[in-house]
Design a protein around this ligand. Structure first.
Ligand code: NAD
Ligand code: DO4
Length: 526
């Protein structure tokens, strides 16, 4: 399939005329063909008009039809073959195994949402039958189902050009909910975005859906994103990116005459608590495991372990010695974009320039453009508590070890942390009491709590929470990975004393969709 540099607006391909840009191969610095035409207000207007026109029909598609649509997208992505992997490698600098794995994750995510749509539990159908004889007042017939919010704007993330981009979790969960999607593609991987976008566009056509169900827009700079978020037909936003970008879009959405939710995943340093018995039992293995997680994907994971806490002592010294050796031998890696590399360098300079921070190790020297060295820094609990800037995210393979004098200091630092996507405790059974004392704090700080794993590597499943309190995300009640993500794009509607013939299928007597429903408070398949 040829990459044309065009946007996809409903069924049409369209070249924008508001400037142009090219992808850059971060490993070489070379620009990649073709040039992509930038879109503006006119393209946003067209895409949103089509999305709104498609909404009522799309939201009433049958469960099987919508599930089949998601599965067709998955099949179309696989049919792109190696061309997709080669383009994504060239645009991201990420290695083939990573991208092939990410393609599998993207396809699996679409199929998991298809299964979820078919099951229908997301409708959360509830029926409280009328009780005309009730005294002193009769009870009306009250029924509830969830319906989609409306067209959703999705911002593709730079660091996962497949699993968090055009057909990523935000798009998959929004489409599963019955929401048309307008994607603002990331300028770091426009060719990858166009290929996947055409896979979705083809699925819309082959499944007989209204063309406005999906559009893909590109723009030069930020104006197009702001125009999209402020278009009145857009009813929610999915975003993964910088804290600044997320906050700006949240502000734009809040200023609208009709404010809308922006589900932004922004920043997290994912603290790892090295508990005493775990260090005593396996400090060396923990040191190696930490460095492997830190340097995965050049550290460009939102789940990257950016901070470690341990209690001072010889076992922590054992951990440091192994981590320093492992990190010191880690090869420099190509980062996604010059801007992300510059942000990383700036963060590393800030830490290494702090009088309260020691540089414990740096990775092997860079040997090509846009490469970055891993870094491990150390400080004390007191110094960390004295300088809030020390918990600012450094997006990349850099981490800060905090030496605590005792468990109480570890708990004090934990209380001071901002909201996180993940917190991890490396523990042995003998650490149980200490972890129990920490857990209430950890629950208040994070969306996901791990024991003895590493935060990088998010399982796409029903129980996953990839979210957390601000500033990890804009809404701690949600997740952007896992089937609960569909909830972000749904709202409940109550039907009171509505004539049976006018009720949606999900709420009709006889349960024609064979759903699990809550009848008079009792769950079942009546
Ligand atoms: N939390 C995460 O998972 C994650 C992922 C990638 C990047 N990041 C962070 O973001 C930084 C920059 O990387 P990035 O380019 O992916 O993120 P970014 O926030 O700069 O851009 C993400 C997308 O949002 C758009 N955007 C950003 N700010 C905007 C604004 N004010 N108005 C309208 N649209 C806006 C961009 O055009 C892009 O399409 C990284 O250095 C890192 O700190 C975080
Ligand atoms: O970068 C954000 C998502 C991280 C992720 O999905 C993973 O760790 O697998």
């Amino acid at each position: 399939m040829t990459i044309t540099g065009e946007m996809l607006i409903g069924a049409r391909s369209h070249r924008g005329s508001d400037g142009e840009f090219r992808a850059v191969d971060p490993a070489t610095g070379a620009e990649l063909e073709p040039a992509f035409g930038g879109g503006g207000v006119a393209e946003v207007e067209r895409a949103c008009a089509l999305a709104w026109a498609a909404f009522d029909a799309f939201r009433e598609t049958g469960l099987e039809a919508r599930a089949a649509f998601l599965e067709t997208i998955a099949a179309n992505i696989l049919d792109l073959g190696d061309a997709l992997i080669l383009r994504a490698m060239a645009e991201s600098g990420l290695p083939r195994p990573r991208l092939e794995g990410e393609r599998g994750r993207t396809v699996g995510q679409l199929r998991l949402f298809a299964q979820t749509v078919r099951e229908g539990g997301w409708l959360e159908a509830r029926i409280d039958p009328a009780q005309p004889e009730r005294k002193p007042l009769p009870r009306p017939d009250v029924r509830q189902r969830h319906i989609p919010l409306g067209p959703v704007a999705v911002f593709g993330a730079s660091n996962f050009p497949l699993a968090f981009s055009v057909a990523g979790g935000d798009t998959a969960s929004a489409l599963a909910a019955g929401c048309p999607v307008v994607v603002k593609g990331h300028s770091a991987h426009p060719g990858t975005s166009e290929l996947v976008g055409r896979a979705i566009q083809a699925a819309v056509a082959s499944c007989g859906l209204p063309e406005g169900v999906f559009s893909l827009l590109f723009g030069v700079g930020n104006p197009i994103g702001t125009a999209l978020v402020t278009d009145p037909r857009i009813k929610a936003v999915g975003f993964t990116g910088s804290r600044g970008g997320g906050l700006a879009l949240m502000a734009a959405a809040a200023r609208r005459p009709e404010p809308i939710p922006v589900y932004a995943e922004m920043s997290s340093i994912n603290p790892v608590f090295l508990m005493p018995a775990a260090l005593a039992a396996r400090a060396e293995a923990l040191g190696k495991g930490f460095v492997a997680s830190l340097t995965m994907g050049a550290g460009q994971f939102c789940t990257n372990p950016g901070i470690l806490l341990g209690i001072d002592g010889p076992d922590l010294d054992r951990f440091v010695a192994v981590a320093v050796e492992a990190l010191g031998g880690s090869a420099a890696s190509t980062m996604l974009t010059p801007a992300i590399r510059a942000a990383y360098d700036s963060g590393v300079a800030r830490l290494s320039g702090s009088a309260a921070v020691a540089t414990l190790a740096r990775g092997l020297a860079c040997s090509g453009p846009n490469q970055a060295q891993a870094a491990l820094f150390g400080t004390t609990a007191d110094a960390f508590l004295a300088d809030p800037a020390l918990q600012d995210e450094v997006f990349g393979a850099a981490s800060l070890l905090i030496r605590c004098p005792d468990a109480a200091a570890m708990r004090t630092v934990a209380e001071r942390l901002e909201g996180q996507l993940t917190v991890t405790v490396q523990m042995e059974p003998a650490d149980g009491d200490a972890v129990a004392a920490l857990l209430p704090t950890l629950e208040r700080k994070a969306g996901r709590i791990l024991a003895n794993g590493w935060p990088t590597g998010v399982e796409v499943c029903h129980a996953m929470v990839h979210g957390g309190p601000f500033p990890a995300t804009s809404d701690s009640r949600t997740t952007s990975v896992g089937t609960l993500a569909i909830r972000r794009f749904l709202r409940p509607v109550c039907y009171q004393d509505i004539p049976a013939a006018l009720l949606p299928e999900a709420l009709r007597d006889g349960n024609p969709l064979d759903l699990w429903r809550r009848i008079d408070g009792v769950p079942g398949q009546e």
